[in-house]
Design a protein around this ligand. Structure first.
Ligand SMILES: *Cc1c(COP(=O)(O)O)cnc(C)c1O
Length: 361
């Protein structure tokens, strides 16, 4: 049977080295060892070292492992805010982060713009400085990405807020200057091309002291995955719970593969593949139109197009017959749009094949 290739925005096609790494993991029996053993601590240490290199992470930033990014939304609100959070909302994922804050009974505010749009900082409404400013770098539901310069400008506007970046469907693509943000997180089934079930949470000392301050005031900051518990465990290359050991192992291996290739090359490849996809969509104005009108807000890693005149499902089935799985639109836009992932594992060749399919359909 021909291999079916996934261009869906997560889960997606596995990073090309993952099957080999899984075989090695089984051969070395790493799923059977104790999560408190020296051997596993070495695996954690290796993964941390590779991630630090990949992200060019400053020394005073911590890395912790969680169940996935959805957990980090909740933990961020629990550990870093007592009352107020502000969310930039422009799609389903950023909206859920905001909803979590309301459910946790914070005074959550949002700056919301229509789907398919980014944020124009000239038009920022008048907000009180919040404890937490929550930004979704890449809104996976709509294919809108925020320019890094805008994130840094918001930092200047809200210097007292902890600045939190959901980079789930873009990391490690954006060349983030960590000194301008306090926390960033992602799940591994997006750009890292790994099996789902692991989140990575990066945070600095400011975040940690906020959690400790809340704790000393007698506030609840959650249970096993509090920032202080995660930070003290990871200092020993451990986790509070029995973690997704295979996931942590594979993440270290893939991050190492990415470092070997070089993050710069990886970013350039992402840009050039995105240009191919956007260009090809625009070659067929009778079939497709780009959802994100402002070129500065178009995502390089999740590309969203309206499908014109025919149901989006027709194009998706057509591609499937040719063994390529394209993502459908998100939520209400399911019938009208396609979403195409452009993650590091996705090859230039598959996008050329996709371009032929766009022409033939
Ligand atoms: C996928 C995604 C999430 C949720 O990730 P899970 O692994 O399902 O927890 C959060 N934010 C964004 C932007 C995403 O794309």
């Amino acid at each position: 049977m021909a291999h079916t290739y996934f261009l869906t925005p997560g889960p997606s096609e596995l990073f090309h080295t993952v099957p080999g790494h899984i075989k090695t993991a089984l051969k070395e029996n790493i799923c059977a060892i104790s999560h408190r053993s020296k051997a596993f601590q070495q695996i954690v240490a290796h993964t941390l070292t590779q991630l630090r290199e990949l992200f060019q992470l400053p020394q005073d930033y911590h890395i912790a492992f969680t169940a996935s990014a959805t957990e980090v939304w909740e933990r961020t609100i629990q550990n870093m805010s007592e009352e107020t959070t502000l969310h930039l909302v422009n799609g389903s994922f950023s909206k859920k982060f905001y909803d979590f804050s309301k459910q946790l009974q914070r005074k959550a505010e949002k700056w919301e713009v229509p789907l398919g749009q980014g944020f124009d900082l000239q038009q920022i409404p008048d907000f009180q400085s919040p404890e937490l400013l929550c930004i979704t770098h890449n809104e996976t539901s709509t294919g809108v990405a925020m320019p890094l310069a805008d994130i840094y400008a918001l930092r200047k506007q809200f210097p007292d807020a902890l600045l939190i970046v959901d980079a789930v469907s873009s990391a490690p693509y954006p060349a983030i200057d960590f000194t301008q943000i306090d926390s960033l997180f992602f799940s591994v089934q997006k750009c890292f091309g790994l099996p789902a079930g692991l989140g990575v949470w990066i945070f600095n000392e400011r975040c940690l002291s906020k959690a400790e301050q809340l704790l000393s005031k007698g506030k609840s900051i959650g249970t096993y995955h509090t920032l202080p518990s995660l930070a003290s465990a990871i200092r020993k290359n451990e986790t509070p719970e029995t973690p997704n050991m295979l996931g942590i192992y594979l993440l270290g291996k893939v991050a190492e593969d990415m470092n070997r290739r070089g993050i710069k090359a990886l970013r350039q490849e992402t840009d050039s593949k995105a240009a191919i996809v956007y260009h090809n969509l625009q070659k067929h104005p009778d079939k497709f139109s780009l959802f994100v009108e402002n070129p500065a807000h178009r995502s390089a890693t999740v590309i969203v197009a309206n499908v014109l005149n025919r149901p989006a499902a027709d194009f998706i089935s057509f591609c499937k017959e040719h063994h390529i799985v394209v993502g459908s639109g998100y939520g209400n836009l399911k019938d009208k749009q396609i979403r195409i992932a452009n993650f590091p594992t996705h090859s230039k060749e598959v996008f050329q094949q996709l371009s032929d399919l766009m022409a033939q359909w």
